[in-house]
Design a protein around this ligand. Sequence first.
Ligand SMILES: [Zn+2]
Length: 80
Amino acid sequence: MNLEIVETAAGDLYVDRADGERGAKAPFFHTYADEAGEVRWGYFCGNCETVNNAMDSMGRIECNECGNIRKPDEWDAAHE
Ligand SMILES: [Zn+2]
């Protein structure tokens, strides 16, 4: 796994820019708390480069900084 270290408000985290969830503005990359990529931390917004986002129970991810959003899969299917 090729992880990129990033400094965030939550401390140093490791971002996998090769793997993520498709967002409206940019991907949400998978983020890990450890260099080996074994401890999932959350998501890194590829648009504004922050980790200030949240996932709800529907699987939707929304960035609190730039409004980038990952809609649940069924929404994508209905609009494409
Ligand atoms: Zn963002």
